[in-house]
Write a protein that binds this ligand. Structure first.
Ligand code: NAP
Length: 288
């Protein structure tokens, strides 16, 4: 017996979720603000409803993939009592507090809440390449695990509904920082007459060699123990200043590098020049 599953939100992610469920033979109900996005799924066997409340009432398991937490909050609160007895699995990106707020709201309406952070593009949903981290109701994760596993590898991170988002926003901050570094490197390479395509394999090779240092930095940060004989803040301050000067001389503004230089400078000025580069995080925490 296949469970009836609802998908709320038929953007790129929601359509991929619904398609995967239909492919596995699940009776699937869908709703989208702009109804035309349901047409292709209806042609594949989905049922489309006029309101989100009708769609939520139709499914025991309700997957939500809306643009942002504001949209998710609006759609769910308007659906109101339809969530009673339903398991809401919210895959909408947001911060930990957004997830906690909706978990509390769902509990007040007798619904179960699980938050999911998706590590996939729509094309990989339903394959082993996709992974989704969940937090919130452990009972719901346990009950629906086989259905959730259809979407991608599923990992349960704990009963705090905000935990998956806590990981997610931190991971994505790291990703965007890396992309910022890559874009800067590409602009500098081109200014030196090197194509981005020629640069990238060498950059990837160096990053791959360097990434294990992040685990060392992580231990230093958690233990607040920054003594080092390898790579001091003063040395990195000097190295980064050289790179910034070279970038500016090439006509590439150091927009993505200056914030890191500022953190390093503050730690050196505070007398921590001999400490590990990881100590720069303390200026970031102090600024927060
Ligand atoms: N796509 C990815 O690769 C990916 C990966 C990981 C996580 N995510 C997350 O998954 C969520 C959905 O992503 P997506 O790629 O599917 O986005 P998308 O293609 O832009 O779709 C956004 C969806 O939200 C709906 N929506 C926006 N504002 C709304 C409102 N006020 N009321 C009702 N519905 C509203 C849109 O409805 P209309 O069609 O009517 O505009 C559409 O269904 C996002 O939070 C995203 O960060 C996406």
């Amino acid at each position: 017996m296949h469970t009836t599953i609802t998908v709320i939100g038929l953007g790129n992610l929601g359509r991929a979720l619904a398609h995967t469920l239909l492919r596995d033979g699940h009776p699937t109900t869908v709703w989208n603000r702009s109804p035309h996005k349901a047409e292709a799924l209806v042609a594949q066997g989905a049922t489309s409803t006029t309101t989100a409340a009708e769609a939520i009432a139709a499914g025991d398991l309700v997957l939500i993939a809306l643009l942002d937490p504001t949209a998710a909050r609006k759609v769910l609160t308007e659906a109101g009592d339809a969530v009673r007895g339903r398991t809401l699995v919210n895959l909408t990106s947001g911060g930990p507090d957004d997830a906690r707020e909706l978990a509390t709201w769902a509990a007040e309406h007798d619904g179960e809440y699980l938050h999911g952070a998706v590590y996939a593009v729509p094309q990989t949903i339903g394959t082993a390449e996709a992974s989704i981290n969940y937090s919130g109701s452990e009972a719901a994760h346990h009950r629906w695990q086989s259905q959730l596993d259809l979407l991608g590898r599923s990992t349960f991170l704990g009963t705090d509904a905000g935990r998956a988002s806590g990981y997610d926003v931190a991971i994505l901050a790291g990703m965007y920082g890396t992309i910022g570094g890559f874009l800067h490197a590409a602009a500098m390479a081109q200014a030196a007459g090197i194509s981005a395509a020629d640069l990238t394999p060498k950059l990837l090779s160096w990053l791959t060699d360097m990434f294990p240092a992040l685990s060392t930095f992580a231990r230093e940060i958690d233990d607040k123990e920054y003594s080092t004989e390898e790579s001091s803040l003063v040395m990195n301050q000097s190295g980064l200043a050289t790179i910034i000067a070279a970038s500016q001389a090439q006509g590439v503004p150091a927009t993505t590098l200056l914030p890191l230089k500022d953190l390093i400078d503050r730690e050196v000025t505070a007398g921590h020049g001999a400490a590990s580069l990881a100590r720069a995080v303390e200026s970031l925490k102090a600024a927060g």
